[in-house]
Write a protein that binds this ligand. Structure first.
Ligand code: HDE
Length: 712
């Protein structure tokens, strides 16, 4: 039996857990002991000289407990500190042997266990889930050939082209060093100062200013490997490959105002959403896609495949779907698993290899290096969440926190005393062999001219947006730059936008009270001293397409309402059908319906039946839900007199959410939204449940933003 086939997720059997063996414990039925295994008789009182006397230094139980507590924290990740993880499984749809010999991409009967960690980039570990930020999308595949990590983001490009700029980028976006403000936000001077001098960042900045950077849920994001990698087949032939994760849940966003409010109302909104969806059996799924480019086409495109600030538009090279990841188990312990998991783009298996992307090359150094500080030494691969399925057998020895007890005298190679073990594996036996790329060049600190076009793909991205997405990008730039104090930085940014799209530059400049100016010459600080300015100035890529629908989120709506959150607004006297029909039918479609009422406890219907309240108007807010249903009845009198209830609906309307009411529920809507004429887009006033469901699938009615607006 193939080891990966011992499926973790059926019948409660879990090879990862078996593999964790004695490390997992739930304390059930056990005596409390010290770290030395001594049974503890009193864990409530320290040892003192007399009832009221001083505590004695002798109290080793107290000292051990406090000492351990004192050292409970480890350094958080330098970036991507705030994260949420889940276990799952990867299943292959079709063998990919033509391109790669990786075993987990060849045998459709293998189910590969995975652990995924999603993260924000800039904020500290305890920061909000809801900043405008890129999200990390890292997946560890526990394959039979060792761990393979696909450490990507939810945008397909990155801010910089060369690893040497990464510390600068991160210093610029993190809270400013003198006062550590602002937390988890790019809307401040140092970030935009840096960006305004780094035109290569503009493509990822366009994604960052788009709705992609305020996802509705971690379950509703696409993921991208960003760099071009290589697939290597059994013949040693290489193909370039880009990786994509496509969520089955659709690709959806929040409204920016909503994200900011959620940061206060439920700062763990994304973490909770992922946890509850998995907990309730609504397992999120992503399909894995690949874009494959034959080796001989390396120079065919108007952009460089090694440049991580560029995409290969799907309209030029389609994404081939090859498998599916399902996240189906929450971690048992956040620290042990989500916090201690150590990803690394250099964790490879035979059949996958690197390219010379200079950003990727730098990453290959960084990840192990950072784990040594973060996880306290070189043995972090022994932490259960990081352990590979194949046993680790090599001559690495000792170091902090070594768990493995290596037997025998021999810890070197070659040896005769250990019978030559452990053996090196031939390629045919699964030994990893780097792709033999020919390299014949001079050493040089330079950037290829093929990396110099920074704006064509920004324009492509902007052109591909729907109207509301363009509007949101304009607003996001206006917000972020509006928070910048130094006017010359704002000016440099709107000048840069003029290189992308005139209407975008004008809209943002207008909001900032500025006029965009044509760049008189390219921004020179990234041009190497010996480069000719004319070469740089004239370098512009002609893309064969002027818009790419695949870039717009508007084309990626879900086809169901699975795990979407619906608020059922009620009070005593509500009609019975709210529960016997509305709630039931929505739950039948796997929606997550919460009963909201002025108070906790129970709500009594017209007929006198009682139903449990999930949240009161004090603890719930409309920003925690995708849609609101106001059920009619006598309850409407109570709700109409309740300012929180009126605000709940007005705010949902402001954030363009579907709203439905039945019977006299409409009167309540009218009171909450006196300026709005019903019927309005996305508002179902006649209790038509089918229409409400369709509206939830559509997610938001963004055109409402163009109306008068509501004071919520
Ligand atoms: Fe990372 N990155 N990164 N990064 N990165 C880290 O590693 C780094 C880059 C990404 O959930 C760190 O374990 C450098 C691109 C994710 O644990 C660190 C460069 C992409 C995560 C590091 C990059 C990523 C990290 C911090 C430029 C998308 C979180 C803690 C050369 C393809 C993984 C850690 C998790 C984490 C370095 C650029 C994705 C410091 C030097 C491009 C998803 O090693």
């Amino acid at each position: 039996m193939k080891i990966n086939e011992k499926e973790p997720y059926e019948n409660g059997a879990n090879p990862k857990k078996e593999h964790l063996g004695k490390y997992t414990t739930d304390n059930n039925g056990e005596f409390m002991t010290t770290d030395q295994g001594l049974k503890i008789n009193d864990d409530q009182n320290s040892l003192k000289a007399g009832d009221r006397g001083p505590t004695l230094l002798e109290d080793f139980i107290l000292r051990e407990k406090i000492t351990h507590f004192d050292h409970e924290r480890i350094p958080e990740r330098v970036v991507h500190a705030r994260g949420s993880g889940a276990h799952g499984v990867f299943e292959l749809y079709k063998p990919m042997g033509k391109y790669t010999k990786a075993k987990f991409l060849n045998d459709t009967s293998i189910k590969t266990p995975v652990f995924a960690r999603f993260s924000t980039v800039a904020g500290f570990r305890g920061s909000t889930d809801l900043p405008r930020d890129i999200r990390g999308f890292a997946v560890k595949f526990y394959t039979q050939e060792g761990n393979y990590d696909l450490v990507g983001n939810n945008t397909p490009v990155f801010f910089i082209q060369d690893a040497i700029k990464f510390p600068d980028l991160v210093h610029a976006v993190k809270p400013e060093p003198h006062n550590e403000i602002p937390q988890a936000a790019s809307a401040h001077d140092t970030f935009w100062d840096f960006i305004s001098l780094m035109p290569e960042a503009m493509h990822n900045i366009m994604w960052l200013m788009s709705d992609r950077a305020i996802p509705r849920s971690l379950r509703m994001m696409e993921g991208f490997g960003i760099h071009t990698f290589r697939f290597i087949n059994d013949e040693g032939q290489s193909h370039f490959v880009k990786f994509h994760w496509k969520p089955k849940q659709g690709v959806l966003s929040l409204a920016w105002d909503e994200a900011q409010r959620l940061s206060g109302k439920d700062t763990d909104f994304h973490r909770r959403d992922l946890w509850e969806a998995i907990d309730q059996g609504h397992f999120p799924e992503w399909e894995l896609g690949v874009q494959i480019v034959p080796e001989e086409d390396e120079h065919k495109y108007a952009f460089d495949l090694l440049d991580p600030t560029k995409i290969i538009p799907e309209e030029m090279v389609p994404v081939e779907i090859i498998g599916k990841m399902t996240l189906n188990r929450n971690p048992d312990n956040f620290f042990a698993e989500t916090e201690q998991v150590a990803f690394h783009p250099g964790h490879l298996v035979p059949g996958i290899d690197f390219t010379n992307d200079p950003l990727l090359q730098g990453r290959l150094f960084s990840y192990t290096d950072t784990q040594i500080t973060r996880l306290g030494g070189p043995n972090f691969h022994e932490i259960p969440i990081n352990k590979s399925i194949p046993e680790v057998t090599n001559n690495q020895r000792d170091g902090m926190h070594r768990m493995q007890i290596n037997k025998g005298k021999v810890s070197y190679n070659p040896n005769s005393m250990g019978g030559g073990c452990p053996f090196q594996a031939m390629i045919a036996e699964g030994g990893f062999h780097s792709y033999g790329e020919r390299i014949d060049s001079v050493k040089i600190r330079n950037r290829s001219k093929s990396f110099f076009d920074h704006f064509s793909q920004c324009t492509l991205f902007y052109n591909s947006m729907s109207d509301h997405e363009k509007r949101h990008i304009q607003n996001a730039f206006s917000f972020e730059l509006g928070k910048v104090k130094l006017v010359p930085i704002r000016q440099r940014m709107v000048n840069m936008l003029l290189e992308i799209d005139e209407s975008l530059a004008n809209a943002v400049a207008d909001n900032l009270g500025l006029v965009p100016k044509k760049l008189s010459q390219p921004i020179t600080d990234i041009i190497p001293a010996d480069a000719k300015l004319e070469d740089y100035a004239s370098f512009s890529n002609e893309l064969p397409i002027s818009d790419a629908p695949s870039l717009s989120m508007a084309t990626k709506l879900p086809t169901d309402i699975k795990a979407r959150r619906i608020a059922l607004l009620t009070a005593d006297g509500v009609n019975d059908e709210a529960f016997t029909k509305v709630k039931l039918q929505l739950c039948d479609r796997d929606a997550m319906v919460a009963v909201i009422a002025p108070k906790h406890g129970f709500v009594t219907t017209e007929s006198g039946d009682q139903y449990q309240v999930d949240e009161s108007l004090l603890t719930a807010a409309s920003v925690m839900f995708d849609a609101v249903y106001v059920a009619g009845g006598d309850s409407i009198k109570t709700l109409s007199a309740n300012a929180d209830a009126l605000h709940f609906v007005a705010e949902a309307f402001k954030h363009c959410k579907p709203i439905a009411a039945d019977r006299n529920g409409t009167e309540f809507l009218q009171k909450a939204l006196p300026e709005i004429k019903f019927p309005a887009d996305g508002v179902t006033a006649d209790g038509n449940l089918e229409q409400f469901v369709k509206n939830i699938q559509q997610h938001r009615f963004w055109e409402r933003e163009c109306g008068a607006g509501v004071p919520a």
